[in-house]
Design a protein around this ligand. Structure first.
Ligand SMILES: [Zn+2]
Length: 279
């Protein structure tokens, strides 16, 4: 069983502005962030179940409607789980989330402070967390860096989720991408809160960082709280697994520590749905 807990769906009309400009500056002019329903469905043949994430970040040119994700996942509910995204800066954000969950059948909340320009520790965002808590749905956080020029890096460190986790101890939260590049801070937050997890998606192009993030996770003893994800369309399941299984190659011939094979296989086959209450 392979569950990809971190995938995106986005048509060309959902992408533009700073998001696309930044992506092309970082990854080259051919960078394409679109993931149509057809492309997503084809790519997800490589796993059993995928969590599909939208994002509500109009200001930076990245706005995938909740309904778009709902229509896609509801066509194959056994293999697709859709999250909603609501910018906490929207008036009535909590009510919008409630409607997306109870009305559209979405089952989690995706937030990205660097894309949505909010401080996660700000009381203004708390009604949205309270609604997620009441609906008993998990929050997937893009709590890490990004290339978006005007995205606030100062709101993007995992440490800012500590007060949220203290206020909502029953709320399940996932810090995406091991919080890159702040994986040590991420490990600290994940270790101290039983309901905070992380995923290892999107790190395969930075093997040195991925290796260090995993060794840090092992040293803090949080490896059992790491979920498998790809960040599709950036990466596929096949490529992510291949890079992850190859993680120790860069330290071959040295006495540096290895990431145990069993830890890698356990992460690839971890049941994120059970952990997040989505099964
Ligand atoms: Zn992502």
């Amino acid at each position: 069983m392979i569950i990809d807990c971190h995938t995106h769906l986005a048509a060309a009309e959902h992408l533009g502005g700073e998001m696309l400009e930044g992506a092309r500056r970082a990854w080259g002019p051919a960078c394409d962030l679109t993931a149509t329903p057809e492309a997503h469905a084809a790519a997800m043949e490589e796993c059993d179940v995928a969590i599909v994430l939208p994002i509500d970040a109009e200001e930076i040119g990245y706005a995938v409607p909740n309904r778009y994700v709902a229509d896609y996942v509801n066509a194959d509910p056994a293999r697709r789980i859709g999250f909603a995204s609501v910018n906490p800066n929207r008036p009535g954000a909590d009510k919008i989330l409630e409607e997306a969950v109870l009305g559209l059948g979405l089952r989690g909340l995706k937030l990205g402070p660097i894309y949505q320009k909010f401080n996660p520790a700000s009381p203004a965002a708390y009604p949205l967390y309270a609604m997620a808590d009441r609906l008993r749905i998990p929050i997937m956080w893009h709590q890490g860096t990004s290339y978006v020029e005007n995205g606030p890096l100062e709101y993007s460190n995992a440490v800012l989720l500590d007060p949220v986790a203290r206020s909502f101890p029953g709320l399940k939260m996932v810090i995406a991408h091991l919080g890159h590049p702040w994986f040590a801070e991420t490990a600290c937050v994940v270790r101290k809160h039983p309901n905070v997890y992380t995923d290892m998606s999107a790190l395969s192009t930075r093997p040195w960082q991925m290796y260090n993030a995993m060794i840090t996770a092992l040293e803090y003893g949080i490896e059992k709280k790491i979920l498998f994800g790809t960040d599709f369309p950036f990466f596929t399941v096949e490529r992510t697994i291949a890079a992850f299984r190859d993680i120790n190659r860069i330290v071959e011939g040295t006495s540096l520590p290895r990431v145990p094979e069993q830890v890698i296989e356990d992460i690839i086959h971890r049941n994120a749905l059970e952990i997040l209450g989505l099964d």
